[in-house]
Write a protein that binds this ligand. Structure first.
Ligand code: BT5
Length: 324
């Protein structure tokens, strides 16, 4: 039933604002006009606004801002990423679903989307706050033919894609904090978590988790992160279309990951540095076994942060929390 309803929505969306008669739809779908009408009612219940034009038929006026595959794939410009979408209304974590799908052989480019997560996670088993319907909680499965040492840069490449997408859909100018935070006015609006399935043959799958705060108000966040988190709506003052954001993000993700795989990190490194808040500034890098203070001088071709301490020594930082 869902599929006929979805096909009907697709048919109406693709008629580009032209009304399509109940009779014509009934013929095309091989069902009665009453059945068509029932599917129209079902779409209206899902939040689609459909105009019924006398003697002419049905016309879609607006579609709801859900992350359902149909909504995302209508108007999606990618060839690869997002052609296969797994959507669930709620889950523990899209990372868990994506890991399972990857193990079961899901193709590269598969995307998992949800409205809310009960156990969204950050790095080192930290909690990721995932308010229902207010953000984009997504995992992307990639199967790049690269050595495992090249995996960490996918976080940086993804960060560039996120910045480009936010710039395209809003007027905001996000900044990147090494390695995986996207900031607006110094507050975090996006976190990225890259996980790896690999064996003796190399990378089997990369699972790139992206959590984007879109339409939250301050009080939608857990009290303990209200001072450090923000959303696109809080910064721009406007409600932002999650659909458009996902479509744009998948597009840039496809372009930039392909560029990285085929041409290496060079150009992306330049883009990344231009968006970075970290480079050129004094920072404190907290690692599991030590904390270093100094100037962040840049990143290497491998995505390693170069930190110069007061004694003049240059340190390569592979993983840390950065304070500025
Ligand atoms: C991250 O970790 O920033 C990676 C977040 C990845 C989340 C996505 S959502 C889809 C996919 N499924 C998952 O289960 N995860 C991925 P980290 O750098 O460790 O930052 C975690 C810290 O960010 C927390 O300890 C909080 O301080 C803060 N935080 C938690 N939720 C936040 C939110 N919604 N917005 C901003 N900051 C948040």
């Amino acid at each position: 039933n869902i599929t006929v309803t979805h096909k009907l929505a697709k048919r109406l969306i693709e008629s580009n604002g032209e009304a399509v008669s109940g009779q014509q739809l009934a013929e095309e779908f091989g069902i009665s006009r009453t059945a068509i009408w029932k599917h129209i009612k079902e779409l209206e219940e899902k939040g689609y606004a459909i105009e019924s034009v006398k003697k002419k038929g049905y016309r879609i006026v607006s579609i709801p801002d859900t992350l359902e595959p149909l909504a995302i794939q209508t108007g999606l410009k990618t060839k690869h990423i997002g052609q296969n979408i797994e959507y669930v209304e709620s889950c523990s974590s899209t990372q868990i679903i994506a890991h399972k799908l990857a193990q079961e052989g899901a193709p590269g480019g598969t995307v998992v989307l949800t409205e809310t997560q009960t156990a969204g996670r950050g790095r080192m088993a930290r909690k990721w706050d995932s308010a229902a319907g207010k953000g984009v909680w997504m995992s992307v499965i990639l199967r790049p033919d690269v050595v495992p040492q090249k995996a960490p840069q996918f976080t940086l490449v993804t960060a560039v894609a996120v910045v480009r997408a936010i710039e395209e859909v809003t007027k905001l100018q996000p900044k990147i904090k090494w390695p995986n935070d996207i900031l607006l006015n110094g507050k975090k609006c996006t976190g990225i978590l890259t996980e790896l399935q690999s064996d003796a043959d190399g990378i089997q799958a990369l699972i790139i988790g992206i959590g984007l705060n879109i339409n939250q108000e301050k009080t939608d966040f857990d009290p303990e992160i209200q001072a450090i988190a923000t959303s696109l709506k809080m910064e721009s003052g406007d409600t932002v279309s999650r659909q458009k954001l996902v479509q744009s993000l998948l597009y840039y993700l496809e372009i930039y990951t392909q560029m990285y795989i085929e041409e290496g990190f060079g150009l992306l490194k330049v883009m990344w540095e231009s968006y970075s808040t970290t480079i050129g500034h004094p920072i404190r890098a907290r690692m599991t076994n030590q904390t270093l203070e100094g100037i962040a001088e840049g990143i290497t071709e491998d995505g390693v942060l170069q930190l110069r301490t007061a004694d003049g020594k240059l340190h390569g930082i592979y993983s840390a929390d950065i304070e500025m």
